[in-house]
Design a protein around this ligand. Structure first.
Ligand code: ATP
Ligand code: MG
Length: 429
């Protein structure tokens, strides 16, 4: 018996009282049985979209061509979808058109994996025609029906298979795995956005390293490449993965994990940017990851064999240049690198994320009175007033110098002191 919030029970009952069948399906049932919290409750019903809309006061026609209506009730929202099949798969993709059907089992049959093909009614009892519960208990990802066919219908399912196996630490049932390998080249037909959405979920999950191993071992990665000049992960077997990659799971955010992965591939910032944009990341997300890679490259270049004091200056300059947020993220990456070196036996780790000792970097960051221009006690316009000069590159130069002086503790962050310094610089430029 699975618990269900009263608002969802109301929606199921309202449909039932009007002569329709209605069940909670898919992810919610699976996650409840795994003992994991779920946000979304999806409902499948024999009612057609218009019939569903007629029964509830507040609905939004979110995907009528797929039979989906959003029902809003009691501050909650539910996707209510008419029982359907997807018959005409074209080009190894799910179809635009669907066929509505009258029974639940047909609807469950079109779903990808047994663990995703369970339903429950309003009383919490589970309908499980394909042995999903057993697979869940045994930790197995298995296609509903013939795996070869299911991957040919929609090749994205191969990435979903890897994603679920990685996130749940499940095994992939053998005929499912064999079919995945046999069909891996079909991944070329799938839109990168859909692939990335699954990959993102993997990078947010509990074992992205395992996901990567599965992508490499299956050969799926190779079929991400769409243009000859796109960078692609060249590893073809688990043994080729650099040891440091296994530390991916130590990092707690996808942003850090992407940066770690790209550095482990020894990609330049430019190639990494290209890789991320090929995966259709947003500009903002790309910039954040690339900033870390650039900061790391900068630190490596500047910190080649300095004395202690110099290293402090190199670090503080980098903090000012890339910002305190990036610096904190860099430190998290440095922690992972340090943890790898402390392993027994120590992991061989490349030069990335280790040019500055994390503990010292953290201390130096904390003691910086300013990490950004807004925290400085003088502004650009103070300097313009002081000098009666026109703005120009000199202004940025002076501001940067002042920030560094304050950051290094050589000058107090006080307006008079800073204006004196600025006067001195300008007189001696
Ligand atoms: P998540 O935890 O990421 O939400 P989910 O299983 O709910 O996982 P969704 O993409 O939200 O994944 O899909 C909801 C349900 O729809 C799935 O549980 C599955 O039954 C079905 N489904 C989703 N994508 C496919 C697909 N490509 N092929 C077949 N069935 C699918
Ligand atoms: Mg879902």
């Amino acid at each position: 018996m699975i618990p269900l919030e009263p608002e969802a029970v109301y929606v199921l009952n309202r449909l039932k009282e009007n002569g329709y069948e209605a069940y909670v399906v898919g992810g919610y049932v699976r996650d409840q049985l795994r003992g994991q919290p779920t946000n979304d409750i999806d409902i499948a019903t024999s009612a057609l979209p218009e019939q569903t809309m007629a029964l509830f006061e507040r609905t939004v026609p979110t995907g009528l061509q797929h039979g989906t209506v959003m029902v809003l009730y009691g501050g909650k929202s539910y996707e209510v979808t008419t029982f359907r099949t997807e018959s005409d798969y074209e080009n190894y993709r799910r179809p635009q058109e669907v066929t509505f059907v009258q029974n639940l089992e047909q609807d469950l049959q079109r779903r990808d994996f047994t663990i995703n093909a369970m339903a429950m009614d309003g009383t919490g009892s589970v309908i499980d025609p394909f042995g999903g519960l057993e697979d869940l208990q045994n930790g197995l990802i298995r296609c509903v029906g013939d795996a070869r066919e299911r991957f040919r219908e929609d090749a994205l399912r191969m990435v979903r298979c890897v994603r679920f196996a990685a996130n749940y630490r499940f095994r992939i049932e053998s005929s499912t795995w064999e079919s995945l390998i046999a069909n891996r080249d079909l991944l070329q037909h799938i839109a990168m956005e859909r692939i990335r959405a699954e990959w993102d979920k993997m990078m947010e999950g509990s074992d992205p390293y395992r996901g990567l191993v599965l992508l490499v071992n299956s050969g799926l990665l190779h079929f991400l490449k769409r243009k000859p000049d796109w960078p692609v992960i060249r590893w073809t077997a688990e043994e080729e993965l650099p040891a440091e990659l296994s530390l991916l799971n130590l990092l707690d955010r996808p942003l850090l994990r992407w940066a770690w992965l790209l550095r482990s591939m020894e990609l330049s910032a430019e190639a990494a940017r290209q890789g991320l944009s090929m995966l259709t990341f947003s500009r903002l997300a790309i910039d954040k990851v690339i900033k870390l890679i650039e900061m790391d490259g900068h630190l490596i270049a500047k910190s080649a064999d300095p004395g202690q004091e110099e290293l402090e200056q190199v670090w503080k300059e980098a903090v000012l240049r890339y910002g305190a947020d990036a610096a904190a993220e860099w430190l998290a990456l440095a922690d992972a690198a340090a943890a790898g070196r402390l392993r027994n036996p120590p992991l061989a780790i490349g030069p990335a994320w280790s040019s500055v000792p994390a503990d010292e970097g953290r201390r130096w960051l904390k003691e910086m009175p300013v990490t950004g221009i807004r925290e400085l006690a003088v502004s650009g316009s103070d300097l313009l007033t002081l000098t009666s000069r026109q703005g120009g590159p000199w202004l940025g130069r002076v501001m940067d110098r002042l920030m560094l002086e304050v950051a290094l503790g050589r000058c107090a962050n006080r307006k008079e002191d800073l204006l004196d310094k600025a006067k001195y610089y300008l007189a001696n430029e």
